[in-house]
Ligand binder design. Structure first.
Ligand code: ATR
Length: 266
């Protein structure tokens, strides 16, 4: 019998999660398959019921469900609750528990690239679900100062209160400066746009984008001229590695998964 895993989100057709997880299942001789389920925001409650009915063993959760799904799950892991976003669901004998592995993905992505976060001044662009996990990772890594710029200022303000960081109005982005800049908005996904202009990007030594389609976004193409860049596949890979461990208790073949992801994203 094959067990079923998958990703829920909207859109999901561009997701590379099926590539890495199906490869890992195969390599580790686990009889399981991983699919992509497009679930619109108004169908989320039904979809979660469906997971139980169909006995789907585990899920990745992406845009736009990471925050909303919390209310439909039976249990929430402490860290996921603190972050306020779930990107992983484990079905344990009918009990659905939500976890967050995105923040570990962020920490690992910086670590493998040899970039220290401790004591750094970091600018985060965006205040959505992904941004929360990024900020949590930065706090855990003891970053010195975290400034969050968001188009909708109120959302940055909520994060300011939640995480004790500093919210900045979008209009002040032109004055942003620091050591590291992290792009967490959806701007640049499947389009040649950047939410941050070159003059600003040029002030940073390290830039990370969580968008991985295209692999080298406009934001990263500019940043590359001024310093080190970390693309969105790194976070995807390492959050996926942690997911796989939660679901199976087995260490996945990280290097093979990485190779497959870069091959596919080329
Ligand atoms: P995710 O789970 O990927 O973080 P999200 O919660 O929908 O997705 O958040 C999307 C982020 O991209 C938000 O910070 C959003 O800004 P708003 O809070 O103002 O909506 C940001 N974003 C999306 N389109 C944008 C645009 N055209 N310009 C600037 N920011 C944008």
């Amino acid at each position: 019998m094959y067990e079923v895993y998958g990703i829920i989100g909207d859109p999901v057709s561009h997701s590379l999660s099926p590539i890495m997880h199906n490869l890992a299942f195969r390599e580790k001789n686990i009889r399981a398959v991983y699919g992509a389920f497009r679930v619109s925001a108004d169908q989320l409650a039904k979809a979660v019921e469906g997971i139980k009915a169909l006995n789907i063993k585990g899920l990745s959760v992406t845009i736009p469900h990471k925050e909303k799904i919390i209310e439909y799950l039976d249990e929430i892991d402490e860290i996921a609750y603190e972050i306020g976003a779930v990107n992983t669901v484990l079905n344990k004998e009918g009990i659905l528990k939500g976890y967050n592995t995105d923040w570990i993905g962020v920490i690992k992505a910086f670590e493998v690239n040899g970039v220290e976060l401790r004591d750094k001044k970091i600018v985060v662009i965006g205040a959505g679900g992904a941004s929360k996990a990024v900020i949590y990772a930065l706090i855990k890594s003891k970053a010195k100062k975290i400034h969050v710029y968001n188009r909708t200022f109120e959302k940055a303000k909520i994060l300011e209160e939640k995480f004790k960081i500093i919210a900045k109005p979008w209009e002040e982005l032109k004055n942003a400066e620091g050591d590291i800049i992290i792009q967490t908005t959806s701007v640049g996904l499947k389009s040649w746009e950047t939410p941050v202009e070159e003059e600003i990007i040029s002030r940073f030594k390290v830039a990370m984008d969580i968008v991985y389609l295209p692999l080298k976004t406009k934001f990263l193409s500019i940043a590359e001229r001024y310093g080190k860049i970390i693309d969105g596949l790194q976070m995807l890979l390492y959050q996926g590695v942690e997911q796989f461990k939660l679901w199976t208790g087995i260490e996945p073949p990280v290097e093979l998964m990485k190779k497959a992801l870069y091959e596919e994203a080329k």
